[in-house]
Design a protein around this ligand. Structure first.
Ligand SMILES: [Zn+2]
Length: 247
């Protein structure tokens, strides 16, 4: 059975705490090495989804425009047929009233034709600009897909390279943790989380706390060297250890 925490001396606990810190700092380094990659990958995935949606919408819009054009072309044909029919009837009108009515109908068909021609022109212009936008989006998509693949590969490589190392370190950290009471481990984790650099156990450097650089009084430094109790920095709350213990 492993040695129970309460059976260990303060010095041994301090050493265990220092070991925990060294290992956790190494693991932090590994995570830093992976750095922004996981975030970059998920950002790229979001971007890709957005781009794909955009392309899908553009394709639907173009389909609709093409349908408008074909409907308008048919409409023009129908209006043209009607117009020709009315023009023929114009040759055999019996009175002014009939003439006026037919002329009005022909005018209406002309207006319809103009309207539909304008629709065709507008839709054609829109298709041209959408085609350019679609091409641009497809190119961008291709680029992003490639970029994502590269980032994923890179992340995979780094993860693979560091996974074994991280696992080994985690096991070591666990072993050290068992030497210290849960209460202290919890405090250690709390302090680590509170500081960006993840330092909960620090040495005294040039009479100052290695975490916050506050001066550590000589009396306290003496106590530290005795390793009889766990001493915290009064300013930042980190666990202080003497330099010799760290080396
Ligand atoms: Zn401090």
């Amino acid at each position: 059975m492993a040695t129970k925490a309460k059976e260990l001396t303060v010095e041994e606990k301090l050493k265990a705490l220092y070991t925990m810190q060294s290992i956790d700092s190494k693991i932090d380094e590994i995570h830093k090495l992976r750095g922004e990659l996981p975030l970059e990958v998920s950002d790229l995935e979001d971007e890709l989804a957005g781009l794909q949606k955009r392309i899908e919408n553009l394709n639907t819009e173009m389909e609709n425009l093409k349908e408008t054009i074909s409907e308008s072309k048919n409409g023009i044909k129908e209006a043209d047929t009607l117009k020709q029919k009315y023009e023929k009837q114009l040759n055999s009108v019996k009175n002014n009233r009939e003439f006026d009515a037919l002329t009005k109908e022909i005018e209406n068909q002309d207006l319809d034709i103009q309207l539909m021609e304008k629709k065709i022109k507008d839709s054609t212009e829109q298709i041209t600009s959408k085609t350019a936008y679609l091409e641009e989006s497809n190119e961008l998509l291709e680029k992003k897909v490639k970029n994502l693949e590269e980032k994923k590969k890179e992340l995979e490589k780094i993860t693979k390279e560091t996974e074994a190392e991280e696992e080994k370190l985690s096991k070591k950290a666990e072993k050290a943790q068992k030497k210290v009471e849960d209460r202290i481990v919890n405090a250690y984790n709390r302090i680590r989380k509170a500081y960006k650099n993840g330092l909960a156990v620090v040495t005294v450097e040039r009479n100052s706390c290695g975490g916050c650089f506050a001066t550590i009084p000589a009396q306290k430094q003496l106590e530290l060297k005795q390793r009889k109790k766990i001493i915290l920095c009064e300013h930042c709350g980190r666990v202080l250890v003497d330099n010799d213990l760290a080396s």
